[in-house]
Design a protein around this ligand. Structure first.
Ligand code: IMP
Length: 428
């Protein structure tokens, strides 16, 4: 079975844990978009692993992992990740494959990311500073350097010279920066090219052949639906397609090859960086949820803004991604709360809004409407079956299920692999 895992909110839904869990049943785990802006955390016993580029499925011995063409790859981060895994006894040799068509994040992308953010003054997107936007910009402008170019020294040398001249002009004239030395970067990146060459291949061919042979692939999204360049709160978005559509272009896999699309939703909503968060909590309560949920960015360490669960967002995510079911995460974070609110819809100029508006102006005038539920006020983090959950927890889950009209496949009550309640037995 080929399953796609998509984030249904603003990223950080807890996808990492489920990708790791579902990786058990897959032969291949493939990422289709984004770059080192992502941070997938997997906790195994006392060990915590954070992945930025390599699919977290790599922790399972014998599983093969793919970095698809839809990604932007920072070779320095990638090599560091390979090294770190090696130090912890995990070898990626023969198990990691990188698409020839993925784009390379160059040092000027990272600098441009930072200086263009500074230039935005009060209208900052709050990017991760990993060069993601500028790298995708170059991809679309047809001035990018692909993995295939980097590993072919002659091509890289020629392409890089021309591009760097332009970038240095931009950096010097518009942003008053020093620019980069051609020789220095050429030497550094040629060496990265030589080191990653052994992992580079036609990954679309690899996946399709594997599927032909009856192998199963887990397709791993980074970020979330409302950070999507088309479907997110533009311009407060990332520059790729976290939605399911990104799988097709980002891996070269056709829609008929996908068996299931599962969305991951946190029991509340978080957002890191700028942009609207309609159900944002008041300061004190927001801090309480943040502390309990350890809501700090895995990539940047920034505190995440916290809000109540927003069903308007989820309804749209279910539609845009054609979701089969939902995974609900971090339910245990609410253990202490007396009351829990769910945003069921918005009110806009006297009208009821059930689907997420595309206009930020309209969104800013929407008033979230809540249903208030009683909290359960006991710890659920050791509970292994749905039946044993406190009645008020079940009421919360049932309410979500009913108002969204979607199955809940799994519920997470803690960061560990075994802190999971399985409702969809086919995912065991
Ligand atoms: P960029 O992807 O670094 O360009 O950042 C664009 C926006 O997406 C910013 O608001 C980031 O905080 C957000 N973002 C990017 N990656 C992630 C992620 O993995 N989790 C949550 N937010 C992210």
């Amino acid at each position: 079975m080929n399953i796609v895992i998509v984030g249904t909110q603003f990223g950080d839904e807890g996808k990492g844990k489920f990708i790791d869990l579902l990786a058990k049943r897959a032969d291949y785990i493939a990422r289709y978009q984004g770059g080192a802006n992502a941070g997938h955390t997997v906790v195994i016993g006392k060990k915590e692993f954070i992945f930025h580029l390599i699919p977290s499925g790599i922790l399972h011995k014998r599983k093969k992992c793919i970095i698809g063409n839809g990604l932007v790859v920072d070779p320095q981060t990638l090599l560091e990740e390979i090294e770190n895994l090696k130090k912890r006894g995990i070898d990626v040799k023969g198990r990691l494959f990188i698409s020839e068509n993925a784009h390379i994040v160059m040092p000027y992308h990272k600098l441009l990311d930072r200086v263009s953010e500074l230039a935005r003054k009060r209208k900052k997107i709050g990017t991760t500073g990993r060069g993601i936007g500028p790298c995708y910009t170059d991809k679309v402008a047809r001035t990018g350097i692909r993995v295939a170019d980097l590993i072919d020294e002659k091509t890289f040398k020629k392409k890089f010279k021309k591009i760097l001249d332009e970038k240095n002009q931009l950096l010097r004239k518009i942003y008053h920066q020093k620019g980069f030395s051609y020789r220095k970067v050429l030497i550094e990146y040629s060496s990265y090219g030589r080191r990653i060459k052994k992992y580079v291949t036609n990954t679309s061919l690899l996946i399709n052949r594997a599927i032909d042979k009856g192998k199963s692939v887990l397709l791993e999204g980074a970020q979330g639906t409302f950070l999507d360049i088309d479907w997110g709160t533009y311009p407060y978005v990332t520059s790729s397609h976290p939605v399911v559509g990104g799988v097709l272009t980002g891996l070269g896999v056709g829609p008929t090859r996908i068996d299931r699309v599962i969305g991951v939703a946190k029991a509340y909503t978080t957002r890191v960086g700028g942009g609207p968060l309609p159900t944002e909590l008041p300061k004190r309560l927001g801090e309480r949820v943040r502390e309990r949920g350890r809501e700090y960015g895995a990539t940047t360490g920034r505190p995440r803004r916290c809000g109540w669960l927003d069903l308007v967002l989820l309804r749209s995510a279910i539609q845009i991604n054609g979701l089969d079911s939902l995974i609900l995460t971090k339910l245990d974070v609410f253990d202490e709360l007396k009351e829990i609110k769910i945003c069921t819809h918005y009110r806009y100029r006297g009208r009821e809004i059930n689907f997420f508006p595309n206009s930020l102006r309209v969104l800013s005038q929407c008033k979230p409407q809540y249903e208030v539920l009683k909290g359960w006020q006991e710890s659920i983090s050791r509970i292994k079956s749905y039946k044993k959950l406190p009645p008020n927890t079940k009421k919360y889950v049932k309410k979500i299920k009913k108002l969204l009209g979607i199955k809940i496949a799994l519920i997470s009550v803690g960061p560990q692999r075994n802190q999971t309640i399985v409702l969809d037995k086919t995912l065991r």
